[in-house]
Design a protein around this ligand. Structure first.
Ligand code: UPG
Ligand code: MN
Length: 705
């Protein structure tokens, strides 16, 4: 880190993730002006390769070292016990430890899990990887590990590893719980006014993106912005993007459109928050805005209200709230935020530091220039101890964390709910598409994992629908069109019921020999044409406006049908189960790239793991195929072939199958090998459908033939 960060500064390296930087296909010397770049680059590359080797060897090194030290300790213990009681020869179990390179030991053995020292059962850990940086730039020297850093600021930002306390029997609230612990620990340790939230499967691709986000926050009126959402961009997706992993329609269409309303929804990663907004407060001047998109209602007063503990106490949800405890106002605070007074004291500071710069008379609620230049004190032991305290299991007991403060608990899509709560208090959010992707991540590219991901999202939506976060119940601060958008978030999985009906309809037409309408006449065709053309025009408009390619749009349509008939439907059922019977759904990390294939980077695309989610789309495909065959056969062999009826049904059947094509391709695996279960399923279905057909329309048809 001490070499890599100054190296990046010196040569303007992008991306600053070394692994991604070194695997780039482009020429590294492109746009590099300094004459010593090639030398530095070669040097740092070797340094990084050695670093990787050292890291990969660590599990082995630590194990060996620990075994050696533990043996020595054991001998020592034995000697002591022999001295103490020479008579007893029994061996004493000495406790094993994990030994660090500097000879200190880490309590417990992480290699052989033991109580209090294993995954899901351990004390809180805070590791200061680099301390609070100096206030003024620190220039490097020529010899800084063989690189010339004489004109480079070699300071590192403070970097802290946090692992919250975990105990069996506690509900740790998954990601939302982790984020809340981080928010508190960072409030104690650094208290930055803005917080960037990145998933573990995403990384920074544009080191200037955070600055762009801050520009929005610190601009005039920026004090009413709760977060800046950057689009999610992905790497390692198969070039044809078979299962619409890139989600471009959502990220370049829907989210951009929301930017014109109250702001994009929070999608869990690549988001820069205003720390103060996470604490459950309303935005400044919350009541001065109204209307469909939240125009300003009256010229705002030029007063710049300073946040005081008074305001902290009167924090509200958009609904007027009365301070809980008027006689003993001080008792209110610990109740909301927990027992740490150091944390409560940090709130005002974060609010003040996040204000826009008062560099113009029209800036309201501004902060004078230079107010942030005071040096930060170094961390002392009591502060670190406090940070350990706020990441303990019990800290949130009887507080509003996860309920009204921080990331909201109780949903598998905690992100949407967390953002919704902010919009509902009147905050706005901003969508920021940078020219160079701000962040990049990976996504599950095989069918099964992708469907399970969509299932989790849709389940979250159904949960939202049945919860108090349903936009029907929103406050008046949620703008009208934004409310419609959030309503859609909660409702879309339910459309799967109708979608499934429509996917079967063409097949039913073919079986019955009837078209959807009894007669195909001019009126019908006119309506059909009108609707089709209108739909196409809307799509065209969207595609043109958002700049997405037609192919991406088509992938999205296809995956909408595939996900809709499987995951969305399952989510509706699951959601209903949860609401009616209280059966919980688990959130497991989406698995990524299981297959390791040197020759084919997209090998994971072909991994097929049977999932019950396949049943519905598979049934739809097979039914439509059988219907096509039967329909054609019937028309061919009938005395008076009614080709027009066939063509109508067949067209829509083909339309369904075209949507299902990526799904069928996925089932074929890599070399078109079909798994046995699919044969079995096809067989069962064909027989069922044939029997059904015979029962419904007995073979007096054949008699005619
Ligand atoms: O128990 C857990 C599970 C997940 N995570 C984090 O949550 C992230 C998202 O999990 P992932 O398996 O990558 O799910 P995705 O479907 O890719 O995630 C999207 O959808 C989630 C909501 O369902 C959001 O939380 C994510 O930010 C968003 O990127 C991970 O990267 C982790 O950082 C935890 O911290 N603890
Ligand atoms: Mn992810």
């Amino acid at each position: 880190m001490q070499l890599w960060v100054p190296f990046c500064r010196k040569h303007n390296i992008e991306p600053r993730n070394p692994d991604s930087y070194f695997t780039q296909k482009t020429d590294p010397t492109k746009n590099k002006k300094r004459p010593d770049f090639v030398k530095d680059h070669r040097w740092i590359k070797r340094e990084y390769d050695e670093f990787k080797v050292r890291i990969n060897a660590l599990p082995d090194v630590i194990r060996k070292r620990s075994e050696k030290y533990d043996r020595r300790e054991e001998v020592k213990d034995k000697n002591i016990s022999r001295q103490n009681s020479a008579a007893s020869a029994e061996t004493i179990e000495s406790s094993k430890a994990t030994w660090m390179a500097d000879g200190t030991h880490w309590p417990g053995t992480w290699l052989n899990p033991a109580a209090d020292h294993k995954k899901g059962d351990h004390a809180g850990i805070i590791q200061l990887m680099s301390k609070v940086p100096e206030n003024e730039p620190v220039m490097g020297t020529e010899d800084e590990g063989k690189l010339d850093f004489t004109e480079v600021d070699i300071r590192l930002p403070m970097f802290v590893y946090v692992s919250r306390e975990k105990r069996p029997g506690y509900d740790h609230e998954k990601k939302a719980g982790a984020m809340n612990s981080l928010v508190r620990a960072s409030a104690i340790l650094s208290n930055g006014p803005f917080i960037l939230n990145l998933d573990c499967d995403h990384y920074i691709y544009n080191s200037m993106a955070i600055r762009e986000g801050m520009c929005f926050m610190m601009d005039r009126g920026g004090d009413r912005i709760c977060y800046i959402q950057f689009p999610q961009r992905f790497e390692g997706i198969d070039p044809s993007d078979r299962y619409a992993n890139h989600n471009t329609v959502f990220f370049d269409g829907n989210m951009r459109a929301l930017d014109g309303l109250q702001g994009p929804v929070y999608v869990g990663t690549g988001t820069m928050f205003r720390r103060y907004a996470l604490y459950g407060f309303s935005p400044p001047r919350a009541t001065e805005y109204s209307g469909i998109v939240g125009q300003i209602r009256k010229p705002a007063a030029t007063l710049s209200p300073s946040v005081s503990l008074e305001a902290v106490r009167n924090q509200d949800d958009g609904h007027e709230t009365v301070p809980l405890n008027e006689e003993h106002p001080d008792l209110n605070l610990p109740k909301k935020f927990g027992s740490s007074t150091m944390f409560v004291d940090s709130i005002e500071v974060a609010e003040y530091q996040g204000r826009p710069l008062a560099d113009h008379v029209s800036v309201q609620n501004g902060r004078p220039a230079g107010a942030l230049l005071a040096p930060r004190p170094p961390l002392d032991a009591p502060t670190v101890a406090e940070a350990i305290g706020v990441i303990s299991c019990w800290y949130e007991e009887n507080t509003e964390w996860g309920d009204r403060i921080g990331w909201i608990y109780g949903s598998v899509t905690e992100d949407v709910v967390t953002g919704y709560r902010m919009h509902n208090r009147g905050w706005r959010s901003i969508y920021c598409i940078t020219k160079r992707d701000a962040f990049r991540g990976t996504a599950p590219i095989n069918l099964t994992d992708r469907l399970h991901q969509v299932l989790r999202w849709a389940t979250g939506s159904v949960e939202i629908f049945f919860s108090k976060n349903n936009a029907f119940l929103a406050s008046s601060r949620l703008k009208f069109l934004q409310r419609i958008a959030y309503l859609n978030v909660g409702i879309y999985p339910f459309t799967s019921i109708f979608l499934v009906a429509y996917l079967f309809l063409p097949a039913l037409c073919m079986f019955s020999g009837q078209f959807i309408v009894p007669n195909i006449d001019a009126t019908f065709l006119t309506y059909l044409l009108l609707m089709t053309v209108t739909l196409c025009l809307i799509s065209l408009l969207e595609v043109k406006w958002s700049g997405i390619a037609l192919e991406e749009w088509w992938r999205n349509e296809q995956f909408w049908a595939i996900g809709g008939s499987s995951a969305h439907l399952a989510a509706v059922i699951q959601g209903l189960l949860k609401v009616i019977a209280g059966i919980e759904i688990s959130f497991t990390l989406t698995s990524k790239s299981a297959a390791d294939d040197e020759e084919d980077v997209y090998a994971d695309l072909y991994v097929i793991k049977w999932s019950s989610l396949f049943v519905m789309p598979l049934t739809i495909c097979i039914t439509n195929i059988i219907a096509l065959i039967m329909g054609t056969a019937r028309t061919l062999f009938s005395v008076i072939p009614q080709w027009n009826k066939l063509v109508g049904g067949a067209f829509f059947s083909f339309w369904v199958l075209a949507h299902m094509y990526p799904f069928m391709k996925g089932l074929m695996g890599r070399k078109g090998k079909v798994t046995t279960i699919i044969y079995v399923w096809t067989g069962i279905l064909s027989i069922t459908v044939s029997l059904l057909w015979i029962t419904i329309s007995p073979p007096d048809d054949t008699a005619k033939i």
